[in-house]
Design a protein around this ligand. Structure first.
Ligand SMILES: C[S@@+](CC[C@H](N)C(=O)[O-])C[C@H]1O[C@@H](n2cnc3c(N)ncnc32)[C@H](O)[C@@H]1O
Length: 252
């Protein structure tokens, strides 16, 4: 697979995604957005376009905190993205950030996204790359160590409490870079952008250099299998106007 273009931080990523969404839907009066696995805050500044925002999350506490802190959702649904029965072709944009790595059988969620998306709709996926040094460490270390990392390194006071990250990770094969490419092939989806994001190596800090060289070393030890230049994958995917028929879900 070819090398990914790298986005250097989350702010640049959000601006890029918001710009893309604004341009894609510039002719629409009002778009319906599904924030799938919404958690506590909405990341895109879509100033300039009208939209209605539906948030789905399995964690009632996270949704309660979202309401308490922002109250920015037009509709909320508590449920599991694998099993929710929503009408087909309902959303112009499905935004799904840092959720799929927590779900077993994540392919069921991807299949639902295809169903729920309108033709010409966009799917934005953000997923830590399971085959990066970062992803490798995340899936091979215990959950309690993630809680400690969030509390003491990321300074998240409430880490691990109800409604707060980190959530246990699974990293299903279907959400690897090649898994998402297969998903696009299966449904004849257009993979518009596939980017890597690096927000774990902060070179302006002394510790950043330590992290960088440790990650490079791990990458070398894996004979280049684990990438170190990015930790997250970002996909912008478009559902074509004439995708496969939903009654005959294709297999890869
Ligand atoms: C790491 S948080 C990410 C939240 C938010 N998207 C963000 O970027 O900050 C993961 C979220 O996915 C939700 N989640 C995990 N499994 C889910 C499932 N099967 N169905 C719906 N939501 C799920 C969790 O409850 C949590 O709110």
């Amino acid at each position: 697979m070819r090398d990914l273009s790298i986005i250097e931080n989350s702010k640049t990523e959000s601006l890029l995604l918001a710009d893309y969404v604004r341009t894609h839907f510039s002719q629409c009066d009002c778009i319906s957005i599904l924030e799938a696995g919404c958690g506590q805050s909405w990341a895109l500044d879509l100033n300039g376009i009208e939209y209605s925002l539906t948030g789905i999350d399995i964690d009632e506490d996270a949704l309660a905190l979202r309401k308490e802190n922002f109250d920015d959702l037009d509709n909320t649904i508590i449920g599991d993205l694998r099993t929710l029965d929503l009408p087909d072709k309902q959303y112009d944009l499905i935004y799904n950030a840092f959720v799929l790595e927590h779900i077993e059988d994540a392919e069921k969620v991807l299949n639902n996204f295809y169903r729920w998306l309108k033709p010409n709709g966009l799917l934005i996926l953000k997923i830590p790359d399971r085959d990066s040094v970062y992803g490798f460490l995340a899936r091979n270390t215990p959950h309690w160590s993630h809680i400690l990392f969030y509390r003491h390194i990321k300074n998240c006071l409430h880490a691990g409490q109800p409604g707060y990250a980190p959530y246990p990770v699974i990293y299903d094969d279907s959400i690897s870079r090649s898994g998402i490419r297969n998903f696009c092939k299966k449904y004849d989806l257009e993979l518009i952008k596939e980017l890597g994001k690096n927000n774990y190596i902060k070179e302006k800090q002394v510790t950043g250099w330590l992290v960088k060289y440790s990650a490079m070393l791990m990458s070398i030890c894996s004979l280049g299998y684990l990438s170190w230049r990015h930790n997250d994958l970002v996909f912008i995917i478009r559902k074509k106007a004439t995708g496969p028929n939903l009654s005959t879900t294709p297999t890869i």
